[in-house]
Structures are given as structure tokens and as C-alpha cells.
Ligand binder design. Sequence first.
Ligand code: SF4
Length: 314
Amino acid sequence: MTKSAPVKKATAKKAAVKKASSAVKKPAPVKKAVVAPKKATAAVKGAPAAQPVAKPPKDESRTALVRRARRINRELAEVYPYAHPELDFDNPFQLVIATVLSAQTTDLRVNQTTPALFAKYPTPEDLAAANPEEVEEILRPTGFFRAKTKSVMGLSKALVEQFGGEVPGRLEDLVKLPGVGRKTAFVVLGNAFGRPGITVDTHFQRLVRRWQWTDQTDPDKIEAAVGALFPKSDWTDLSHHVIWHGRRICHARKPACGACPIAPLCPAYGEGETDPEKAKKLLKYEKGGFPGQRLKPPQSYIDAGGKPAPPLGA
Ligand code: SF4
């Protein structure tokens, strides 16, 4: 759970004005500076000291951009040392199915639905040969359940017919599967095969634009632009850090800037709630003291005080 430290209100740096002589009629004007919080959460060790919010210069050099981006990622790694994929899975088949099901719904809802699905259909062969109506009934809570039933059954059929019932571990094979785009493929590669991948979901797109890492809007171009700022070995963890931050603190409508540990590094500080107490109330999942999205989270999450999500209907 995140504790909030008192945050100093933006303070103006007063110009030193001395009444040297009666010739000085007025003191020099006092300029107000927007200052990001020194340390929004006590949980973040070594948070940077208060400083004017970083507004990257229009002509920020490539080297400066790379340095800034990597620093944000390092800070986020301290904020979310337990970051992990938020879909429950035991093998690549479960992960690819869960990722397809996560379209238009939360990972939580998928995690609450897949235990029944995988208990009844543990392999691609089982799901490919299922009665669609029975699959639809199980998938109903995820929304768009008829289309999703078609997707996961078609995907299972393709796995059986083209890949011997195994999920392939290559991007070029994965994207040939029905319903699997680059985003899904990278989730599977990064988390089930340990191959680096950047997951450009809605949170990732929003946050990297707020941080001015890129002004691209097309997901493939964002992936290329951000990927070029980091070594490949960082890609999967970077994706988790950014997505976790988007889900917990840097929300689409009301980012919790006043409780954001990377505020001093953020060019968009002030886009959301800057009052620390009000911002704290916007925090989600473990940062707000609530359960996470996984019913079976990794031990590191539990050790850090995270709570497992409740099963469906609990
Ligand atoms: S919450 Fe505010 S300060 Fe933090 S990353 Fe998002 S926009 Fe920047």
C-alpha cells in the first residue's frame, strides 16, 4: 500500500531583492515555478529531490531523450519491483487464450473466467473440439462472448492443425494465428517464452506520449520508437512497468499526479490531480490497498503486501 508523504506546494523562488537604495522603487517581480512533489510515496526509496518539473526542450537531443526514458524506467522498477503479467496462466496455451479474451475487458474478469475454461478444456485439442454453446456460456462474463468463442476455438484449431497442438515461440508464426496480432504475440513471447517484446496497449500509448518519448500514434510505430530507446533485454519489464503505472497511478482521465513517484521526471505533471490527499484516493490495486487482478499472483507480489483477486462472484 502506498503511503503519501507530505507534498510541498509549489513554492516560488523568490528573487533576492535588496533595498540597496531609495532609488529602487519596486521589488523585482516574483516568478512562480511549478514544482513537482519531492516524494509522493514513502514506498519509493531514493526519490528525486524537489525540482522544477522537467519540460524537455523542444530540441531535446537523442542522447538526452534516451537518458530521460531510461531513468523513468529505473524509477518505475523501484515502484513496481513485483511487476508481472496480470493474466493468470500456467503454460503458453493458457496465456495466448487469456490474452485474446482480454480484449475489451479487464485482466481481472479474464482471470475470473479462465479457471472454468481450462478445467474443462485443458489443451488446444479439447477446445478445438468443444461445443461452441458450452464455451460461450463459460465466456459470457468477458463480454463479446460469441465472437471470443469463435476466436479461441479457431485459434485452438490452428494450433492443432498447423503447430501440432503447441504454441509457436516465433513472432512470425504467432501473428499468423487467427486473432493474434503483434500485441498478443509480444505478450506471449515475453511472458511465456522469455523473448523480449514491447506490449503497446492503451496504457502504454498514453503514458509514452505524456512522457514525450514519441509523438507517434500508430502502435507499430510507437513500438519501434520506444524499442529504440532501450536495450532489447529491457523490453518486457519496461512494458510491465509502464502498463502497471497506467493502471494504478497515471490513469487516462484523472492521473494521480500528487501521489506519483515519478512526478519530478514527468513533463505532464499537473495533467491530473496534484493535491496529495485527493490523488491518493485515485490509486488502484495494491497502491490503493485493494486486491490485484490475478487470482494466483506471484509470491513476490504477496510478499510486497499485494492481495490476490477474488474468484468470480465472490
Ligand atoms: S501521474 Fe501525472 S506526474 Fe505521474 S506520470 Fe502520469 S501525468 Fe506524469
